[in-house]
Write a protein that binds this ligand. Structure first.
Ligand SMILES: [Cu+2]
Length: 101
């Protein structure tokens, strides 16, 4: 397993809902780290999250992240992915691979 972090910005005047992710060659899903009522830290899949107009959402340790599996077979330094959105727009982006251990 590996995790990916980034900032996604919305330069539009409307909310955008991000509801899926796809990456070449590796399996990726949208995750969020949460602390439940017993104080236990765990990860949940995100069905959708919204970015406010003229705003951004940060993916970072302990919060939203991209969870990868099958990464040990991937040898490139760049990973091409895209977000799916509630307005039907695909948002492509490239992640830099820092380690694949
Ligand atoms: Cu996760």
């Amino acid at each position: 397993m590996a995790a990916g972090y980034l900032r996604i910005s919305n330069n539009h005047s409307k909310h955008i809902g991000i509801n899926s992710i796809e990456c070449e060659e590796v399996n990726a899903s949208l995750h969020e780290t949460v602390i439940d009522s017993d104080g236990v830290i765990r990860m949940e899949k995100i069905a959708i999250f919204y970015i406010d107009p003229e705003s951004h959402v940060d993916f970072m340790p302990g919060a939203k992240h991209i969870m990868f599996s099958g990464f040990d077979q991937f040898e490139d330094k760049k990973l091409k992915c895209s977000f799916g959105s509630d307005i039907g727009l695909k948002i492509p982006f490239t992640l830099e691979v820092l380690s694949n251990g």
